[in-house]
Design a protein around this ligand. Structure first.
Ligand code: PLP
Length: 421
């Protein structure tokens, strides 16, 4: 299957006349469409809510779009909490799914009355001292073992640092009940970038079983089952998008059989999807600026791993399109590389592409989640701008590119910058 960019060559030319490359470009129409499809797929559940995983795309303009579509946010740090607060998210619009949480972050989350997702049993007393216990709380479960669905390997929970064992969940609920906590949520994230339609329903089923047991044995009052994130997207052209309606319908069936049959039909389903929501609706736009021929053919871009870390960090595949050459024959083989002094700074290795000429616009697909946000400043390279393409074809810069001044800002207590300006 051919993977098509969401932006045409003509539109991209127009955008690059106003904003220099590299930049991340986001498709507002696509983000809204996905948010609506998700909502529709879970419309059968009364309290359903998506808490967008802020770390996937922490831009306030993107978060505002998702807020308009009825989403809450899932935060994991003080900065993310403040970002949520600044955008008007309050109370149970906010999940706080952190781990190894510093005291001031719990305190701030309590101030906002966010729903706290407790990662460990020892955090009960820590939270009681720092911010105080709320009347509702979510607990993060780690079932251990291997996650197999049929014979498909999905992940290795027993090697994951997150969540509590089953026994700890039971002890935590008992202790929290004694301390006056009234209502409980359950959460688990057992796989990442799961392409299989069966992952989410399997996770749901594990949490439903736990909910029922907690209710039977401890008379726990449950308000939420949070399926967290983890649904994948088709990075490879031969993959297809997980079908959110099939996933929603499958969970509906299990919910009916397990939860409703046990008197838990009013429990709200929550999701904390990141990648699924915005991943396909962003791309990194860069320009080919150098061509190098040694033992292999290299195309050098004006972007580097600072702008998109996934290929260097996970050896992840990101599809590449040469804008304007969408239908040209892929009769060249290139390594498409960035400018870091690191040999893993390669967006693609041995990739079949059309002939690339200096100045060509290169679209690196599926950077809308865990793209810009994972960036860093190695080699003193600066993070790019972010541009939002609106449904009517107009576009705005929603974050400017970093400048040398930004890089110097954290040591501006000396006069270094003045001497080079
Ligand atoms: C990262 C994360 C998510 C989002 O994961 P995706 O793979 O982007 O869907 C959701 N919840 C928690 C707690 C996370 O750490």
């Amino acid at each position: 299957m051919q993977k098509k960019p969401f932006v045409s060559f003509d539109k991209l030319k127009e955008i690059t006349e106003r904003y220099p490359t590299p930049f991340h470009l986001y498709d507002e129409a696509g983000i809204r469409r996905t948010a609506r499809e998700l909502k529709d797929a879970f419309a059968w559940n009364n309290g359903f809510k998506e808490y967008f995983a802020v770390k996937a795309c922490p831009n306030p303009f993107i978060l505002k779009i998702l807020k308009e579509e009825g989403c809450g946010v899932d935060c994991a740090s003080l900065t993310e909490l403040k970002l949520a607060e600044a955008l008007g998210f309050r109370g149970d619009d906010i999940m706080f799914s952190s781990n190894e949480t510093p005291a001031e972050e719990f305190e701030y989350a309590r101030k906002l009355d966010a729903t706290i997702n407790l990662d460990d049993i020892t955090h009960i007393d820590y939270l009681a001292r720092h911010g105080g216990l709320p009347d509702r709380i979510c607990l993060r479960y780690n079932p251990g073992g291997e996650l197999l669905i049929g014979s498909v390997y999905m992940g290795q929970p027993d090697a994951s640092k997150f969540g509590m064992t089953k026994q700890q969940i039971f002890s935590a609920v008992q202790r929290l009940q004694q301390l006056g906590v009234k209502r409980f949520g359950l959460h688990a994230l057992l796989a990442s970038n799961a392409a299989d339609n069966n992952y989410y329903p399997a996770n749901a089923s594990i949490l439903f079983d736990l909910a029922i047991e907690l209710r039977r044995k401890l008379n726990a009052e449950l308000f939420m089952v949070n399926l967290s994130g983890g649904i994948g997207i088709p990075y490879l052209p031969e993959q297809s998008m997980p079908d959110i309606h099939t996933i929603g319908a499958s969970i509906r069936e299990t919910f009916g059989k397990q939860m409703s049959a046990d008197g838990l039909g009013e429990v709200a389903i929550a999701t904390e999807l990141g990648r699924f929501m915005t991943g396909p609706h962003g791309c990194l736009v860069a320009r080919a600026i150098h061509k190098k021929h040694i033992y292999k053919e290299y195309i050098g871009l004006d972007a580097c791993a600072v702008n998109l870390m996934r290929p260097a960090m996970y050896d992840a595949y990101h599809h590449i399109t040469v804008s304007g050459k969408e239908d040209a024959l892929c009769d060249h083989v290139y390594d498409v590389v960035g400018s870091l002094c690191e040999n893993n700074d390669k967006f693609a290795v041995d990739r079949a592409l059309p002939q690339i000429d200096d100045g060509d616009l290169i679209i690196i697909h599926d950077t809308g989640a865990h793209g810009y946000s994972m960036g860093y400043n190695y080699n003193g390279k600066l993070k790019s701008a972010e541009i939002l393409l609106h449904p009517d074809g107009s576009f705005d810069m929603i974050r400017r590119a970093e400048t040398v001044r930004d890089y110097f800002a954290t040591f501006d207590f000396c006069d270094l910058l003045k001497s080079v300006e």
